[in-house]
Write a protein that binds this ligand. Sequence first.
Ligand code: ASP
Ligand code: MG
Length: 410
Amino acid sequence: MRIVVQKFGGTSLGTAELRREAMQRVWEAVDQGFSPVVVVSAMGRQGDPYATDTLLELMREVNPQAQGANVDLLLSCGEIIAASLFAEGLRALGLAATALTGWQCGITTDDVPLGARVLRVHAERLWDVLRQGRIPVVAGFQGVTEQGVVTTLGRGGSDTTAAVLGVVLKAERVEIYTDVDGIKTADPRLVPDAPTLQVMSYREVMELAHMGAKVLHPRAAEIAMEEGIPMQVRAVQHSTGGTWIGHGVKARAAKGGEQVSDRVVTGIAHLGGRAQVKVGGAEDFHASGLAAKVFQVLAEAQVSVDLINLAVDSIVFVIDEAKVGPARQALDALGLDVQINTGFAKVSVVGAGMHGVPGVMARVVNCLTAENIPIYQTSDSHANISCLVLEEHTPRAVQALYREFHLDSI
Ligand code: ASP
Ligand code: MG
């Protein structure tokens, strides 16, 4: 059986017209001799009746602090609605299809609410459906714990469902359908003519996604990478083009003269809604053991930290604005001098080939300085340089870096 996993995102299922396009993609796969396994997200975006954000809003009206299993259960409904309708739509076209929830599909997860990880998949039911010559249409973004509690996999988690099923079923590829025709060198809302990257390595995709690019969930690329299952990100309306992601891309790109792994900068990502935290009020954070305490209380308050700068007399880091309340509460208990400023964004240049190349940082700083964009903090890894800037400077920072690194002609 030649299996292809086809995942349709919320924006590619938002209207009846788009859903017809999506079903056309399934039809084509069948026509080419594949056994498709479909994964769907909740249909549409905020404001549409069954979109994840709409359901979340509904829950917040009942209880603004709502969290945990009740929220997971409600959110899981969006994908179940999409799967039921999609399966029936395929049947109306003459294709045998069966809608399955995450738990009917045997997806077992840990018990972290709103961000569970898949532990294993008992795929017998899925195989049964496939062997009957039917198309499974799986509700993405969800699973169940060993104890039978319904979980969701974190925002954007339907990509993860698709990647997991691709690995478990040893699919030839995983196709991710969305509203853009692939992964761009910069956010097309800020740089409208940013070109589509034709090939990328898993690492580059993961790095861009971790730094804020929304086009693919980073965990999905990570999972696909483990088994080397190729992925393709493409627009639902176009059956060609898109971005290929895989190990083999290096070889494929080499044919055209370009080594993917040599690209110093592949793309720019940005992530808004950041808050900068400055902790002072101790002469020596290390000797006093306060450095360890600061991070311990934040961990206990479930606050994740980023862009961490630890010095003897100060600690500076960045958190999600949504976590300012719990962070302040946790830190105030230590009696230190705590300043938290909101309204920041993290802008990152990403490229697997920047490691050991002199001058990338110089270009980043020069470029932002020339634009009069102050940098409040930076961090770097082998494959990215991130700068904290004011959120209102994000569009200009992205556009300037895009020009600096010639991302219009990659
Ligand atoms: N519907 C979920 C979300 O909006 C999962 C997904 O679309 O991948 O995050
Ligand atoms: Mg998505």
